[in-house]
Design a protein around this ligand. Structure first.
Ligand SMILES: NC(=O)c1ccc[n+]([C@@H]2O[C@H](COP(=O)([O-])OP(=O)(O)OC[C@H]3O[C@@H](n4cnc5c(N)ncnc54)[C@H](O)[C@@H]3O)[C@@H](O)[C@H]2O)c1
Length: 329
């Protein structure tokens, strides 16, 4: 079996999630780690083997790599183009970038060099997501899409997530998973209207925080369905949760993202399906297999597709700023 040599760029929280799964995949070798804070890359190298670097240029120069994982915060995207230009396959964590122009530059490079690419919208890899998709189609049309991403506030001082110019805010960085699942299940969005604000965290926790702590984003899908996705990062740890509910002609299809439960509510019965799939392991396996075989058909979230999710969250931010709805198509 061909060995696949992997490097990870950005050695923080989600990088650990991928590294722990990649070492379980046969034939994968974690060959190098890079972080602007060298000690972080060094600690990965001590734990998982491989070399550590604080610059992408020296990593590319010194290592023979088949794939890179881009696990940097959204504001730090762009340098990985140097690896793409060497023909190296690339896995990006969501969101693909902070701005559309940066995302399009990266996409242009991916296309010019025809590199295999994938994005970490991991819920798409849950078995319940395919079942939900079939149910939505079978019971169409959908009247309403209701989504939620509610979290308690856990951020330490100065964390990049607190600043809109670094993380993009909760809609763009976190609730993006729910927007992406909504696209996966119901299709493209034609326009967006949003109210986004910081009503608690910026007043009582960190006065310099610029990311929102609460948002509602209303959507019109091309299918005709109407939807709303609400998010907050200032809930209590006793009240959290992510879900997407689709009210269709003959059923309500409810996908509870992080808890990996699908409920299908029909006239006289409720079916509950619990997934035991590890979606991070699944997306990593599919990406590695695509590199090994050249067959990308099992990749459920390409860079190009993920730009469509980014566009919705950017439109929500624009709408909140102008007070006007934004048309996407
Ligand atoms: N799919 C998921 O479930 C999931 C979960 C968490 C985070 N994420 C995404 O992963 C990305 C990283 O989030 P995180 O929580 O792991 O962040 P983190 O802060 O824990 O780690 C980011 C790391 O990147 C490093 N870094 C910053 N700028 C860099 C640069 N220019 N080059 C190299 N390294 C750089 C930092 O020093 C840090 O070690 C974000 O885009 C986030 O949205 C996805």
């Amino acid at each position: 079996m061909k060995e696949i040599n992997v490097a990870i760029i950005g050695c923080g929280g989600i990088a650990t999630v991928h590294a722990e799964r990649l070492i379980k995949i046969e034939g994968v070798r974690l060959k190098a780690f890079m972080d602007v804070e060298e000690k972080r890359a060094k600690s990965f190298s001590e734990k998982f083997g491989g070399q550590y670097y604080s610059s992408i240029d020296s990593l590319i120069k010194n290592e023979s790599i088949d794939a890179i994982y881009v696990a940097t915060p959204p504001f730090a995207r762009g340098e990985e183009v140097k690896a793409i230009e060497k023909g190296i396959a690339v896995f990006f964590e969501k969101p693909v970038a902070l701005t559309l122009s940066r995302a399009e530059e990266i996409l242009d490079s991916i296309k010019r060099h025809s590199v295999i690419n994938s994005v970490g919208y991991m819920w798409r890899y849950l078995d319940i997501s395919s079942i939900a998709k079939e149910e939505v189609l079978k019971n169409s049309p959908t009247a309403m899409v209701l989504g939620q991403y509610i979290d308690p506030f856990w951020f330490p001082p100065n964390h990049w997530w607190l600043y809109k110019d670094k993380g993009g805010g909760q809609v763009l960085e976190q609730a993006t998973h729910v927007f992406d699942l909504a696209r996966y299940l119901e299709g493209e969005v034609s326009h967006v209207y949003a109210e986004i604000d910081n009503l608690i965290a910026g007043k009582f926790i960190y006065p310099d925080m610029t990311a929102e702590d609460s948002s509602i984003v209303s959507l019109r899908f091309r299918s005709g369905a109407i939807g709303v996705i609400v998010s907050s990062c200032v809930s209590q740890n006793t009240f959290t949760g992510t879900f997407l509910r689709l009210i269709t002609r003959n059923a309500v299809v409810e996908h509870s993202g992080h808890s990996k439960i699908l409920r299908i509510y029909e006239k006289n019965r409720v079916q509950e399906i619990r997934s035991s799939v590890d979606p991070y392991l699944e997306e990593d396996k599919v990406f590695i297999e695509a590199i090994r075989t050249g067959d990308t058909s099992k990749i459920k979230s390409s860079f190009e597709d993920s730009i469509k999710t980014l566009k919705i969250t950017l439109a929500a931010n624009e709408s909140a700023k102008t007070g006007k709805p934004v048309s996407l198509y």
